[in-house]
Ligand binder design. Structure first.
Ligand code: GAL
Length: 722
């Protein structure tokens, strides 16, 4: 006989629904929908990270995988590109997305934020917001609160006008205000506390009729539910006993950064983490991401790769990532079989042996569900429960929906692995090229200013590119070799990448990384007597999306910029006159958008630019037959951006994975994103998703802007297939 010890759980178990008028409420056990407690299985799918044509199938696959809820953020900068001008079209058609979910019979958890983090450019905030006078993000700041409230109310009233909240007959059962504000509040203190109180009151005041949550924020004021985000959340407790234990982000993998490996999280460990959460009274869990998708356009956050695959159960292209998808589906089936016991009892917990744990949910009406755990990461164990012996593999949990039969074990994978491959379908494309000009300080359309200016302040993020242009006058003989040495140009930049041209010739390239975006160029430069043209092309790779007051972080060449080794010694160029040119010439000629572009002279055949920096490439191709998802193999190229029929499919950059960042991928034992990293020496991202919906049967225009120099003849269109 096991000595079962009932844990004193601070959970209110009375079916408190009698006092409830709203269709959706909660108690200490779970979210309550129309009077019924629910164990809810949820998954994140962010609507702009796929195309509307993909949504129905993605959501059907989520439903088939056993999901009840689709969770998404709302992306402010996509919806309000300039103040007061709203966009709810195409990939930003939020209402349509929610209605697709509704049609599939699933619920929605709407994370309005409007701060989202999400590896999304500027954390979801429009760049113009930063330039509203007096603005400070995410604190007790009047301009910020006014703008935030306006956007939140805009979204809530849009949802209400379409009857999308549950009490109106819609699918939205929950919303979220802010995102992981706890750590910021802790850091900034009093203004943070005041802001939290304000945000909570403002959100509740919108009167949606469904609960609000704040994730990773212990201080969430009532009636807002504080929730957990992480790789594991079993130990989490909400800040009041009458709030349910919810996990808003169960990380299915992790995002890829340029220069880093695509992280993997084994299905066994994810299933283990979820089962462990549920046996500890968790009643809502959301996979972040269930389908990660693609950071199209320039929507990715700083140094975040274009692929947002995330090792999610549905891969970037919308195909099942097996065995993860199937193993979780089986887990959800087992949990649902336990639901009647889970929602109406608290677990009795026992420790029958070393590294063994038993959780039993038993109701007066005779329902019983048990979870048997083995926490030993290396050895399997035999666990005796109610006189029956159960075999448990290392680091695993078995689920017994009737307290007798183990229908599922988190480490025993029944689903087969998928082996999706990238198969070339078009590998001979006829390319044309056009050389982007290197501007110089005396060009007409430049902005002249004293000293060095912050990049985003000048571009307002209308382009990744900003030219910093200046002249250096040297006396005769000065620029030549001195004691066998060329003068040294040093350029310090706040990031993120830099191409240095002297008299129109590329002298070198430097780039930072997610961990250290700053960079320094240091190189010998060949100067001639008289005027020399220094042209620095500073490139941003997405704006920061996380960190206290990340809106204050700088981008671009802020100096010092110096020239050493002249007769006079070191010349400081930092404070002299600089000319600025935002964006590329090709961008202003709309070379990326064939329908609007100005005609320029493209060259081809033997004149095609090969391995030349700053080159535009163009070709056309017909849509490959079939329905397999498509991608471009960009392995032969350097860094830049790619467009299909005028729509950006994102930045390309193989960003080779540094040696030494790879580790063993073993499912057993506590996981973190630094584990399971493979592919050292390989590109971070080789393939770039081309949505089928963006293609016409023939004559599709593919445009590539290449910064470093690549070989376009090796670009191929591939299909993803099993
Ligand atoms: C969380 C954040 C998410 C996402 C995630 C990492 O902390 O809430 O938006 O950034 O980290 O993918």
């Amino acid at each position: 006989m096991l000595g079962l010890k009932v844990l004193a759980m601070a959970v209110v178990l009375s079916l408190a629904c009698s006092s409830v008028t709203a269709a959706v409420s909660y108690d200490g056990k779970s979210i309550v929908i129309n009077g019924r407690r629910k164990i809810l299985v949820s998954g994140s799918i962010h609507y702009p990270r796929s195309t509307p044509e993909m949504w129905p199938e993605l959501i059907q696959k989520a439903k088939d995988g056993g999901l009840d809820v689709i969770q998404t953020y709302v992306f402010w900068n996509g919806h309000e590109p300039s103040p007061g001008n709203y966009n709810f079209e195409g990939r930003y058609d939020l209402v349509k997305f929610i209605k697709v979910v509704q049609r599939a019979g699933l619920y929605v958890h709407l994370r309005i934020g409007p701060y989202v983090c999400a590896e999304w450019n500027f954390g979801g905030f429009p760049v113009w917001l930063k330039y509203v006078p007096g603005m400070e993000f995410r604190t007790d700041n009047q301009p910020f609160k006014v703008a935030m409230q306006r956007f939140v109310e805009k979204i809530v009233s849009l949802m209400k006008s379409e009857n999308l909240f549950e009490p109106q007959g819609g699918p939205i059962i929950m919303s979220q205000i802010e995102n992981e504000y706890g750590p910021v509040e802790w850091e900034i203190g009093a203004p943070g506390k005041a802001y939290t109180a304000w945000a909570a009151k403002m959100a509740v005041g919108t009167d949606t009729g469904v609960p609000w949550i704040m994730c990773k924020q212990e201080t969430a004021p009532d009636p807002i539910i504080d929730t957990c985000n992480g790789f594991y959340c079993e130990g989490f407790r909400p800040n009041k006993p009458d709030k349910p234990k919810m996990w808003t982000e169960a990380w299915t993998g992790w995002y890829t950064q340029f220069g880093g490996p695509p992280p993997r999280r084994p299905a066994e460990d994810l299933a283990f983490a979820v089962a462990r959460f549920v046996q500890n009274n968790g009643s809502f869990f959301n996979y972040y991401m269930y389908h990660g998708g693609t950071n199209f356009d320039r929507s990715a956050g700083r140094f975040v790769a274009t692929s947002y695959d995330y090792d999610a159960p549905i891969d970037e292209y919308g195909l099942l990532n097996e065995p993860k998808w199937g193993h979780l589906r089986d887990l959800h089936k087992a949990i649902k079989q336990c639901e009647p016991a889970l929602v109406s009892s608290n677990p009795a917990v026992a420790w029958p042996g070393k590294n063994q744990e038993v959780h039993v949910f038993e109701t007066k009406s005779g329902r019983c569900a048990a979870f048997l755990s083995n926490y030993d990461p290396n050895s399997s164990t035999k666990l005796t429960f109610r006189n029956v012996e159960y075999d448990l593999p290392p680091w695993s949990i078995s689920i017994l929906p009737d307290c007798k039969t183990a229908v599922y074990n988190t480490a025993t994978v029944q689903s087969k692995s998928s082996s999706a491959k990238m198969v070339p379908v078009i590998d001979r494309l006829n390319w044309q090229s056009y050389g982007e000009e290197t501007p110089s300080a005396d060009d007409r359309d430049t902005l002249v200013m004293e000293g060095l200016w912050e990049q985003i302040n000048v571009t307002r993020d209308s382009s990744d590119y900003l030219w910093y242009l200046t002249d250096v006058n040297v006396g005769s003989g000065e620029g030549f070799l001195k004691n066998g040495q060329l003068p040294t140009l040093t350029v310090m930049s706040a990031g993120h990448a830099l191409h240095v041209f002297v008299n129109g010739k590329l002298s070198g390239t430097e780039y930072g990384s997610l961990d250290n975006p700053k960079l320094t160029f240091n190189g010998g430069v060949n100067l001639k007597p008289g005027i020399n043209k220094i042209s620095l092309l500073s490139v941003s790779v997405g704006l920061a999306n996380v960190g206290t007051h990340y809106e204050r972080w700088n981008t671009g060449v802020l100096g010092p910029v110096t020239l050493k080794g002249l007769d006079e010694g070191t010349r400081d160029l930092t404070k002299q006159r600089w000319s600025y040119k935002a964006g590329l010439k090709g961008e202003s000629l709309n070379l990326d958008a064939p329908r609007r572009s100005t005609s320029v002279e493209w060259t081809e055949g033997s004149l095609l630019a090969q391995k030349q920096p700053l080159t535009w490439y163009k070709t056309t191709f017909n849509a490959p037959d079939g329905n397999d998802p498509l991608a471009l193999d960009m392995i032969s190229m350097g860094k830049g951006e790619v467009w299909i029929n005028g729509q950006s499919i994102g930045r390309h950059w193989p960003g080779y994975i540094a040696k030494g960042s790879c580790g063993e991928c073993n499912y057993a034992g506590t996981f973190n994103e630094k584990k399971c990293q493979t592919g050292c020496g390989q590109p971070s991202q080789r393939w770039y998703h081309v949505p089928r919906a963006w293609l016409k049967p023939s004559g599709n225009v593919l445009v590539v802007f290449e910064e470093w120099g690549g070989d376009p003849s090796k670009i191929s269109v591939v299909k993803r297939t099993f």
